[in-house]
Design a protein around this ligand. Structure first.
Ligand code: ARG
Length: 259
């Protein structure tokens, strides 16, 4: 990817955070390890560089995973990562199967009725992608009669449904994981994909020359960690840890490592 575009992207992603990272919480008392709380963190790991599976070890890694681990360490609790379908994350949180969602989840008003979000930890908008060789689709305005691929339960899926309702596209095909959405486009099963820009860029980098991004970024979104509505104490710890990691420079190092 073009360097200027990449730096502009990182600046956009981080700008809002630095603005919102006002005052941090106090340093917590380190708890003895046998008294430490342990929380289950749910994530859908086909979403690089935020969460993906390390092909060598099979372990779930990524920006969100490093960040929630560092927050946990900073705040004196333990976390264990669990893989789930993206559309199953909020139900799993509500039913107590997991305690925290760390999955590149956009803070939306509708979701905030169901879960409690942390402060935003990064910005990332949706983008339209097509096959590299496609010369017909240059923006969302060229999607008439076209089929759009999305991941189930995502903001990309919501936007695609809106375009469908408005008659601007011909159909939406929904898949469980974003790797399959990308594969479907390569195989000709969908004409375009709506997905979070940094994630589509990560897929392009994995397999250069297959897919390209077209048109303007479609939305401006912020990701937050989510906890149950009643878990205000946990939300406060996550926010305090995040603020301290921004303050300490760890957050910036993590951005430099992943983007
Ligand atoms: N940011 C989008 C949303 O919240 C997509 C997130 C998908 N995350 C994932 N791990 N697959 O709807």
């Amino acid at each position: 990817m073009n360097k200027i575009f990449k730096s502009a992207l990182v600046v956009m992603m981080v700008a809002a955070l630095v603005l919102s990272a006002g005052c941090g919480g106090g340093t917590p008392e380190p708890a003895p390890s046998d008294e430490r709380e342990s929380y289950l963190v749910g994530t859908e790991p086909t979403f690089p560089p935020f969460q993906m599976t390390d092909e060598g070890t099979g372990e779930i890694i990524g920006f969100d995973i490093d960040l929630i681990n560092a927050i946990a360490e900073n705040q004196g609790f333990d976390v264990e990562i669990q893989s789930l379908g993206f559309d199953g994350l909020i139900p799993a949180l509500q039913s107590g199967q997991i305690d925290i969602i760390a999955s590149g989840m956009t803070i939306t008003e509708a979701r905030a009725l169901e879960v409690q979000f942390s402060d935003p930890y990064i910005n990332a908008g949706l983008a339209l992608a097509v096959l590299e060789e496609n010369t017909e689709i240059e923006s969302v305005d060229d999607l008439e009669g076209k089929i759009v691929g999305v991941q189930i339960g995502t903001t990309g899926a919501i936007l695609a449904d809106e375009l469908l309702d408005e008659g601007k596209i011909d159909g939406v095909r929904t898949f469980n994981t974003i790797d399959v959405v990308m594969m479907e486009m390569v195989n000709g099963g969908v004409d375009a994909v709506i997905n979070d820009l940094p994630v589509t860029i990560a897929y392009i980098n994995q397999q250069p020359g297959m897919i390209k991004i077209v048109g303007e970024t479609l939305t401006s979104e912020s990701y937050g960690f989510a906890v149950r509505q009643e878990d205000s104490e946990l939300a406060a710890k996550i926010n305090a840890g995040l603020a301290e990691l921004i303050e300490s420079g760890f957050y910036e190092e993590l951005i430099a490592e992943y983007f």
